[in-house]
Ligand binder design. Structure first.
Ligand SMILES: C[S@@+](CC[C@H](N)C(=O)[O-])C[C@H]1O[C@@H](n2cnc3c(N)ncnc32)[C@H](O)[C@@H]1O
Length: 255
């Protein structure tokens, strides 16, 4: 028996776990900065590749391809551009217009340089909530939109508000959330910001119930996925779009 474990008071243990989580997040951010720098040194322009876009995940790319091929998507919106890898991947493989927002001015500037010349891409330096709010006042609300929600890295987590804004203003939409916990497959990585801010179903259950959303997980097991093996969830309003998602072999109902 580990006696020391029982001697550490609960609050101290919790503080240790919180600090560890913050260090993990910091490490991830530093890795993101290093990768951005490497990308600029090696490939200052976007070059497609198996390991580029959707975290280099083969099955995730298949889910995206299936959605584009089988659902009436007219436009794509991404939150969290970073250096534009998934932005460019989505624009080139779907041939749909893609607009993406980024909070960090340095990443936004890098993405603009890397993606200059790629058609149908619009990049904006903005917080995801203001960006989505702005889109609700234009013609895009009438369109069937695929939203890729990937604006998370910091303690301020915009996800719940993003889902709320989308579901409250769009009639036809599909939402894919990256870095999401696949409840029954621990092999998939996910983000956890502490204090109940885990990217998992409980965080969006209220929005799912309020807006009558259907939720799907990847059908492929994490062990068969490639790249960073980040989990995801795909949402759509019940009815036509959810019905079409349920027909895709790359997805399964989320439990
Ligand atoms: C995981 S990265 C995005 C990766 C990118 N979507 C891709 O697939 O290559 C997260 C990005 O979201 C940005 N971000 C974080 N919070 C944000 C917010 N509130 N609004 C917009 N961007 C945000 C971060 O600066 C970071 O560049």
């Amino acid at each position: 028996m580990n006696i020391a474990r029982h001697l550490i008071p609960g609050p101290v243990k919790q503080r240790y776990l919180d600090i560890k989580k913050r260090l993990d997040r910091l490490e991830l951010t530093v890795r993101g900065l290093e990768t951005a720098l490497d990308a600029m040194l090696v490939n200052p322009k976007y070059v497609p590749g198996d390991d580029i876009g959707f975290n280099g995940q083969r099955h995730r790319k298949k889910i995206f391809g299936d959605i584009i091929a089988n659902l009436p998507v007219e436009a794509i919106v991404e939150t969290g551009t970073w250096i534009g890898n998934t932005t460019a991947y989505m624009a080139q493989t779907s041939e749909k217009p893609v607009c993406s927002c980024e909070l960090n001015a340095r990443f936004h500037a890098i993405a603009k340089l890397r993606l200059a010349g790629i058609e149908r891409v619009q990049l904006e330096l903005n917080d995801s909530r203001s960006f989505l709010q702005k889109l609700t006042t234009g013609g895009l609300v009438e369109k069937c939109v695929f939203f890729y929600l990937d604006a998370h890295w910091y303690d301020d987590l915009p996800l719940a508000k993003e889902v709320d804004l989308i579901a409250a203003h769009w009639k036809r939409f599909i939402v894919m959330i990256d870095d999401f916990k696949v409840s029954d497959d621990p092999g998939y990585e996910f983000d956890d910001y502490g204090n109940g801010k885990t990217l998992a179903l409980p965080l969006i259950n209220e929005a799912i119930a309020a807006h009558q959303l259907a939720a799907f997980f990847p059908a492929a097991a994490a062990r068969d996925e490639t790249g960073a093996r980040r989990g995801c969830v795909v949402l759509a309003s019940r009815g036509e779009l959810a019905g079409k998602l349920s027909q895709l072999t790359s997805l399964r109902p989320a439990k």
